[in-house]
Ligand binder design. Structure first.
Ligand SMILES: Cc1ncc(COP(=O)(O)O)c(C=O)c1O
Length: 405
């Protein structure tokens, strides 16, 4: 991959060549083509999609619906009606919990793993409160692995929903979604996959994985903030009630009630984020241009390098797996005697952006018995130099905090 050209595609790096951005699991930077596509929409195609009959509105509708087709193709959905645009992965997961959740009864079980992001935990906790369903958790090992045995033993004939992340935003560990979805189906449950950290980094095919729902965010994959996706199998989406109600999601309205629009519009109330959808389509095109194989190869190389250099820093402990492969470009770690927030401040002073805290995964932190960590997360546009700058800065932190060695 021509690293230098990739960097040129991102204005933030063009304008700040020394910026070391290693918080990609939080959000990625945006290439010029995405920024331009959003601008182009507002300059040339802007009207309220799905409403007006005039040419401009038809064009706005067409580009919005083209984006849906691009997303459907990107994740291997059977058709665009299975793609619901939301604001982000959190909203997608809430949609499933509120809407599919209406089918749950007291005593039914919802199964999650202990490594779920709060966005894939709180909606289910709230559903449990509303429905009387019971929330159960699958444990992971210190390496973050969830074994088939652990999964099987947490599953029961009462399990109605399993919701699990494909890649942990803290440990980087990748769960065997295909196997777990199959086991969930055998037990009569639906399988919801949180793809927020996987869709941007590995090819995800919903039919191959046979998941019932997949949630992800545009902003973690080069697209603008405020556009997210919920994939759902058509047969399930069809029988689910709407989540949000209002304009555009109806078919016919009387004083007393309403009937719902066809899929996927039943789930898209109000004016949509057409510019965001166009930005997401452009991000997908950019992924294709660079090539998923090249992206994965680059991220694997960077991940190896990061694991190697972090492993040599005295007093630094990487949470989770013992090999680079198990991290998928995400490294959470601690440094003896130094609070993660102090590490983040010192790194910031050296121009290195990383994240410190509980990473919206407090249940995992409790499970691993650590209050918080520092997290560095990679993307294909990172340079080897970024990792060296991270390591250089980290190796001075304890000294700068007053430790002798
Ligand atoms: C695994 C995982 N799931 C869900 C989310 C929520 O994404 P968003 O904030 O875009 O809704 C995140 C965000 O960091 C995440 O890492």
């Amino acid at each position: 991959m021509a690293e230098i050209n990739i960097r040129e595609d991102f204005p933030i790096f063009r304008d700040n060549p020394s910026l070391v951005y290693l918080d990609n699991a939080a959000t990625t930077q945006k290439p010029s083509c995405v920024i331009e596509a959003v601008r182009h929409f507002y300059e040339r195609d802007n009207a309220n999609p799905l409403r007006g009959l005039y040419d401009l509105a038809q064009r706005a509708t067409a580009v919005y619906e083209d984006s849906r087709e691009a997303v459907a193709e990107f994740i291997g959905a059977a058709g665009p009606e299975e793609i619901v645009f939301t604001r982000n992965a959190s909203e997608s997961l809430n949609l499933v919990a509120y809407s599919y959740g209406t089918f749950l009864k007291e005593g039914d079980e919802i199964l999650l793993s202990v490594m779920e992001h709060h966005s894939n935990l709180i909606p289910w906790q709230q559903l449990a409160v509303r429905s009387g369903a019971v929330l159960k958790f699958i444990e992971c090992g210190v390496d973050g692995r969830i074994t088939e045995e652990a999964f099987r033993s947490a599953l029961s004939s009462r399990t109605k929903i399993v919701s699990m992340t494909q890649i942990s935003n803290v440990l980087g560990v990748r769960n065997d979604i295909r196997t777990f979805a199959r086991l969930a189906h055998e037990a009569g449950a639906v399988f919801v996959c949180d793809g927020a950290q996987s869709v941007p980094h590995i090819p995800v095919d919903v039919q191959d994985l046979d998941v019932d729902f997949l949630a992800f965010s545009g902003h973690k994959m080069l697209a603008p903030m405020g556009i997210g996706v919920l994939y759902g199998k058509k047969a399930l989406l069809e029988k689910m009630p709407p989540f949000l109600t209002g304009g555009e999601m109806i078919e016919y309205v009387t004083r007393e009630g309403a009937t719902w629009a066809e899929l996927p519009h039943k789930f898209e109330a109000g004016t949509v984020n057409a510019a965001g959808a166009v930005g997401l389509k452009t991000a997908i095109e950019y992924y294709r241009k660079v090539g998923f194989d090249a992206i994965q190869k680059r991220e694997e190389e960077l991940s190896e390098q990061a694991f190697d250099v972090l492993s040599t820093i005295p007093h630094l402990h990487i949470m989770g797996g013992n090999t680079a492969k198990e991290h998928n470009g995400i490294f959470s770690f601690s440094l003896d005697g130094v609070h993660p927030h102090d590490i983040a401040e010192i790194l910031n002073a050296d121009g290195v952006c990383i994240r410190a805290g509980h990473h919206c995964a407090q249940v995992l932190m409790q499970h691993m018995n650590v209050p918080s960590t520092v997290r560095a997360s990679l993307a294909f546009y990172n340079r080897e130099e970024d990792i060296l700058r991270l390591a250089q800065s980290l190796s001075t932190v304890r000294r700068r905090m007053g430790y002798v060695e």
